[in-house]
Design a protein around this ligand. Structure first.
Ligand SMILES: [Zn+2]
Length: 282
């Protein structure tokens, strides 16, 4: 099973998983359809299905166009708001695409209908893969847009932690450097955080992705998976793991973002916004 990491939009990842013997393929969060189809052609693969982690625009925006370009395409997800949805999945449901096996893991919190996809190939030496969308990031977790700290805690320590430790983590965004800067603020003494951050910065400089990581690694530096550790309790001033997570999430929401570079298009939009009332009056 080959996983192609395709970086799209500002900092999103779209993935293409190809079964190497039959060239059957499954896409995850196919946000930029034409780019995806170009890669599929080059790989001489056949797209069987799209798996969507959640309904947000930057993950699901390509589904309808893709379905139009590939008639009969199956689009999976757990949220009715996902564009082009043809198959609504439930927690624990298993899907098969040739030798590729998928287990759907319902992980509400970032959105109320978020799903992670755990993927493996029977009788393959390759490690399994987790497509974690905006639930688990390298070094972080998703914002609680439509859910609670209790739900995120259950996702991270119940559902995802039960997967094999060698599972590769392919997440929805390249947020690694920012996440690890926060992790370092939380645990300034954690050598694994320091090392991973230095590595992630080098990858960033070379414009290379920091995915995949492994679950095993995440337990060593991701603060949201370390809520029972002493330094995390100290940082948050809480002992109950759910409260530690809740406090961490709030702190992360307020953690300063890198300074925005001026965006000429946004500036133009702003100018138009300012100008339009005058134009309308004429
Ligand atoms: Zn999202």
């Amino acid at each position: 099973m080959k996983v192609k990491v395709i970086s799209v939009l500002e900092d999103n990842y779209m993935y293409l998983v190809i079964e190497e013997s039959t060239r059957e393929a499954v896409a995850v969060d196919a946000a930029v359809p034409r780019r995806l189809l170009e890669i599929i052609r080059r790989e001489e693969a056949v797209l069987r299905a799209v798996l969507t982690t959640h309904h947000h625009w930057d993950h699901a925006r390509g589904n309808e166009e893709l379905a139009r370009l590939c008639p009969g395409l199956r689009v999976y997800g757990a949220d009715q708001r996902i564009g082009g949805l043809t198959h609504r999945v439930t927690h624990g449901e298993e899907l098969t695409f040739g030798a590729i096996r998928v287990r759907c893991l319902f992980t509400p919190g970032h959105t109320s209908g978020h799903v992670c996809y755990f993927m493996w190939e029977d009788e393959s030496p390759d490690a399994p893969a987790l497509f974690s969308g905006d639930t688990l990031f390298v070094g972080g977790c998703g914002r609680l847009c439509e859910g609670t700290a209790e739900q995120m805690y259950a996702n991270l320590t119940g559902v995802l932690s039960a997967l094999p430790k060698e599972t590769k983590v392919f997440c929805g965004h390249e947020y690694t450097v920012r996440n690890l800067k926060f992790a370092l603020k939380v645990e300034p003494e954690n050598e694994v955080v320091k090392k991973k951050l230095a590595w992630a910065k080098r990858r960033d400089d070379e414009d290379l992705p920091t995915v995949p990581s492994t679950l095993q690694e995440e337990f060593l530096y991701n603060p949201f998976l370390r809520v029972t550790e002493e330094p995390l309790q100290k940082f948050t001033g809480k002992t109950d793991p759910v409260e530690v997570l809740r406090t961490l999430r709030t702190e992360k929401d307020n953690f300063k973002k890198p300074k925005e570079r001026p965006n000429p298009q946004a500036m133009l939009a702003l100018e138009w916004g300012l100008f339009s009332p005058f134009l309308e009056k004429k």
